[in-house]
Ligand binder design. Structure first.
Ligand code: ADP
Ligand code: ADP
Length: 208
């Protein structure tokens, strides 16, 4: 299955993709995770990306498209993929369409995970990740076990200020993907409000 996940920051895309990647046995490709790995390695792309990420802005289309092009050329993608956080602009969506045509691959669906803005800040500010396992927690909604509390990381762009910029970027630059994929009859809207299990059940239902 080849799926795209679209939704505002903090909608639960990463959480739900982490559940589906094992269930469907297909790779979870998160452009945000790829950029964070590049920042950690200190590569030139990582240095560029960090500036945009900390400001709550999108990284330039050319950089993102080049990175995804390379990733979709890898062997494991033959089984399918969950694209999390890409595309995020119309030029990215057009580039992906062209790339998939070149590879003779067809998308199965674009999932729009819908969560209203007023729930987003709380989700983002309480988000923590475990650097050892990559697992995402939430201080209130999905509390980590106390014995790992000390090693958890809070993303530098998960502040209230950066979230407001990221939400603006979402509405200005990413929301136009909704009519784009509606026109292609690919969009599936899934309500992202409710418990994580409820959202997973809605997703499984939307995909069946
Ligand atoms: P995204 O990848 O869309 O930015 P995440 O999956 O990282 O979002 O989720 C953002 C934060 O909200 C995380 O801390 C996660 O644990 C939490 N979260 C995810 N889904 C839900 C949900 N259904 N209810 C409450 N909190 C959630
Ligand atoms: P979230 O789901 O919480 O918004 P991500 O982890 O998907 O966060 O992305 C973090 C940051 O990485 C974004 O705010 C942006 O700066 C950058 N980024 C990730 N994916 C893209 C993309 N497709 N286009 C441009 N920038 C991106």
């Amino acid at each position: 299955m080849r799926l795209i996940f679209v939704g505002p920051p903090g909608a639960g895309k990463g959480t739900q993709c982490a559940r589906l990647t094992s269930r469907l046995d297909i790779p979870h490709i998160s452009t945000g995770d790829m950029f964070r790995a590049a920042v950690k390695r200190g590569t030139p792309m990582g240095v560029l990306a960090k500036k945009a990420m900390d400001a709550g802005e999108l990284v330039g289309d050319d950089i993102v498209i080049g990175m995804v092009r390379e990733r979709l050329g890898e062997e494991d993608v033959q089984r399918g993929f969950l694209l999390d956080g890409f595309p995020r602009t119309i030029p990215q969506a057009e580039a992906l369409e062209q790339l998939l045509a070149e590879l003779s691959l067809k998308l199965d669906a674009v999932i729009l995970l819908e969560v209203p803005d007023d729930l987003i800040v709380e989700r983002i500010v309480g988000r923590r990740s475990d650097p050892e396992t990559g697992r995402i927690y939430h201080l209130k909604f999905d509390p980590p076990p106390p014995e790992i509390a000390d090693r958890l990381k809070h993303r530098s762009d998960d502040t209230e200020d950066a979230v407001r910029s990221r939400l603006k970027a979402y509405h200005d630059q990413t929301a136009p993907l909704i009519p784009f994929y509606e026109q292609r009859d690919a969009l599936r809207r899934v309500d992202g409000v409710g418990s994580m299990d409820e959202v997973t059940a809605r997703l499984v239902d939307a995909l069946s």
